[in-house]
Design a protein around this ligand. Structure first.
Ligand code: ADP
Ligand code: SF4
Length: 712
């Protein structure tokens, strides 16, 4: 029989080996360094996640940034301060090598980007400067001895990285968040010595670091530069230009590899709301014109055709990926095997980025196993075969129900999946019609594509399921995934009871009304007490349809949660441009005929404003009537119908983000439950009580504790 999955020859170019200095990558798929919220706090989890990527076919798998010294301490990330940190990194390289990939490490020093709250070292920078953000910390100017010391730390870290097993060692000058990048930048570097002034001087440190690294480990390890484009603006002439091009020209043949991407991170990691696949191409295509060394770049690549175009057009040598490798660690394998419709495409939502910002293990909207590889033993491609005789009915084919059905089907369960709508997908279908959210649809599309291959799962679209129908379904396990609804009473974070006067004021709309096409006209107040994307995209929708939008939020920023998804600045800019008025730190205190009364959240000062309509984006409530009806049945009724358990999942259990619904569906498929257990259902990596060295000179206090037997 002919293999249904034969890769057309035009994709072969993606599987050519590429030499990087002394090492060779087996293909062109390159998982660039990306943060993951695990790093040094969850080392085994981080290592297992990297190992899964290697198993999925990436030729190069890098760690996140790895601090070379405690004076540039990024709390969440890896560190190689000295040889004692080697075992953590070696755990990752073992996993990566175990699947035949090269292991890369991004050596980093964050300079004035970090306040060093933990180590309390005064941050260092090319010139004295306030640190990033709102920390009351000022970085001091490095003197020559500091520069020499930094080179020493970096060289030592490179040697330790090789000892840990790495094959590719990065010098990090990207994202406007690393010392070498700060030296390159006119904004950060006002020095007048040989490390400041001309570009040649500002690039001196980067050149020295690469030379040091090559001298230390370059015989066996490839040395890469990660260079940020977009923050090296030279405004000294009439036509400002980015000096990244000149840096690359100057150091063209020095490293073994160039990793070039947009800077700062907010531009590099843009969400689908603001940038499409391949969006970095125009900014990085210069690189290959000035160097013969291989170039890796990113751009949320999920389409094999786009990848081929990147190589053939001479833009890139390696298809770099962070997010696409998170959404589908097996992306290269699937392309290699011609299984294109199995690719789980990243939707560009940056929930992964939010995990890192919030210092919790990586999570992903599309891939519920991400960050769970080690602690729960979840693999993105394989599930254990079924271990009960259940037949399962799932009511609701949103992200939770669809994920549950796919994963149960893969386990070999017979599943009925019903939804009252004719088109399956639940909230992701509705939301994908909103401005900038078209890719949300991929959450449903991928799962529906998989379900077509699972004959054990029967789809029942266009079926409103009642409790009686559940009793007659001849299923032993019932999953209720009936979703949630936005509240129409304004209850959320700011209001814990209904907003006064709602019944007497202008008409009230919920997000569901707008998504169903019931749109207000005229002057519309959008009250956002949800703080994620919904308030902002509805304001955009209404502004596009000609409404005069007054955006009101109790937070001091528009869509404040999106600081975690690295898009808040872009969202606030858009809302300021599109809305007639933006009122932050403001609540809708009450509603009255012809308008609403706004209240300052600090002073309580009231301001009446006129409005033709009020859109409430506040709290949500589970749609759990069916679940409650089944739960409330007389004892024995469910048993008589052969039902052993009824389980809520997704938004019906707890309304939240799409990633949580998908995770809940997956959890149900693996464990046949979603409830809390008396035991902790995942492994923890416990820290051993001990210390790595005796107290340094000058220490007296707590000698008792320090004199314990547990050195080393
Ligand atoms: P989640 O995010 O948890 O997956 P969604 O709101 O996206 O939730 O999906 C819930 C789905 O459940 C919707 O498509 C809705 O049409 C469907 N649904 C709700 N109640 C019923 C019911 N009684 N019978 C069939 N389908 C239902
Ligand atoms: Fe892509 Fe969203 Fe997953 Fe991140 S969380 S990898 S952006 S789908």
């Amino acid at each position: 029989m002919q293999n249904p999955h034969v890769r057309p020859a035009r994709y072969d170019i993606l599987f050519e080996p590429v030499r990087i200095g002394p090492v060779t990558a087996k293909n062109r798929f390159f998982q660039v360094p990306h943060c993951n919220g695990m790093g040094r706090a969850y080392p085994s989890a981080m290592a297992a996640m990297r190992g899964v990527k290697a198993e999925g076919g990436w030729a190069v798998v890098c760690t996140e940034q790895c601090d070379v010294h405690y004076s540039g301490n990024h709390l969440r990330e890896l560190r190689l301060w000295d040889a004692k940190d080697i075992p953590v990194l070696a755990r990752a390289t073992e996993q990566i090598h175990g699947h035949g990939a090269l292991a890369g490490v991004e050596l980093a020093h964050n300079g004035s980007f970090v306040p060093n709250l933990d180590t309390r070292a005064i941050p260092i920078a090319p010139s004295a400067t306030a640190t990033r953000g709102n920390f009351p910390v000022t970085a001091r100017e490095m003197d020559k001895a500091d520069i020499r010391a930094f080179r020493r730390w970096h060289r030592e870290a490179a040697l330790n990285a090789r000892r840990a097993g790495f094959d590719v060692i990065y010098v990090y000058a990207g994202h406007d968040m690393a010392l070498p990048a700060h030296f390159l930048s006119r904004r950060h570097n006002q020095r007048t010595d040989e490390y400041g002034g001309s570009l040649e001087n500002r690039a001196r440190l980067l050149r020295e670091l690469v030379e040091d690294t090559k001298e230390a480990v370059g015989d066996t390890c490839a040395v890469a530069i990660r260079l940020g484009v977009g923050t090296l603006l030279d405004t000294s002439s009439a036509s400002p230009r980015d000096e990244a091009e000149d840096v690359l020209e100057m150091l063209a043949e020095l490293p073994d590899l160039w990793d070039v991407n947009l800077s700062p991170f907010e531009r590099d990691g843009q969400t689908a709301r603001f940038a499409q696949e391949g969006f970095q191409q125009e900014y990085v295509r210069f690189a290959k014109k000035v160097t013969t060394k291989p170039v890796v770049g990113v751009g949320r690549f999920t389409s094999p055709d786009t990848m081929v175009a990147m190589i053939k057009s001479g833009t890139l040598d390696f298809i770099g990926a962070a997010r696409p490798s998170i959404a589908d660690p097996f992306l290269p394998k699937k392309i290699e095997e011609g299984r294109f419709d199995d690719i789980r495409e990243c939707i560009g939502c940056n929930i992964c980025v939010a995990s890192d910002k919030l210092s919790v293990p990586l999570r992903c909207t599309q891939n519920p196993t991400m960050g769970e590889e080690w602690r729960r033993g979840w693999h993105p491609e394989y599930l254990p075969p079924k271990d009960t005789d259940d037949t399962v009915m799932i009511i609701g084919a949103g992200p939770a129900g669809l994920e549950a059905a796919v994963s149960l089907g893969r386990r070999g369960y017979r599943v009925l999946l019903a939804d009252r709508e004719r088109e399956l997908g639940g909230r992701v279908l509705r939301e994908s019609a909103l401005p900038g959210l078209a890719t949300w649809r991929r959450v449903a599309e991928w799962r529906l594509g998989q379900l077509r291959k699972l004959p054990g799962v029967q789809l029942l679209p266009g079926n409103e399921i009642t409790a009686e129908m559940v009793l007659e379904a001849e299923c032993s396990l019932i999953g209720v995934a009936t979703g949630a609804r936005w509240r129409a009473d304004g209850v959320g974070r700011n209001h814990r009871s209904e907003i006064p006067g709602l019944a007497d004021g202008p008409p009230v709309y919920t997000p569901e009304d707008l998504m169903a096409g019931r749109l207000p006209t005229g002057r519309v107040v959008v009250f956002d007490d949800d703080h994620y994307y919904m308030g902002g995209v509805l304001a955009e929708l209404l502004a596009e349809r000609g409404c005069e939008v007054v955006f009101v939020t109790p937070d001091s920023l528009v869509s404040s949660y999106t600081q975690n998804t690295a898009e808040q600045g872009a969202i606030q800019r858009r809302i300021l441009e599109q809305c007639a008025e933006v009122r932050t730190s403001t609540t809708v205190s009450s509603v009255e005929p012809g308008g609403v009364r706004l209240g300052c959240v600090f002073t309580g000062r009231q301001t009446p404003i006129e409005a033709d309509a009020l859109v409430l984006v506040t709290g949500s409530l589970p749609v759990d009537g069916l679940y409650r009806e089944l739960e409330a049945m007389e004892p024995g009724v469910l048993e008589a119908a052969g039902i052993r358990k009824v389980v809520r999942l997704g938004d019906c259990l707890g309304p939240g983000i799409i990633a949580a619904a998908v995770h809940s569906g997956h959890l149900f498929a693996r464990t046949l439950d979603t409830g809390l257990t008396d035991w902790t259902p995942f492994r923890r990596e416990n820290v051993e009580l001990g210390w790595d060295q005796p107290l340094p000179p000058g220490s007296e206090t707590l000698r008792l504790l320090a004199e314990g037997p547990n050195h080393g």
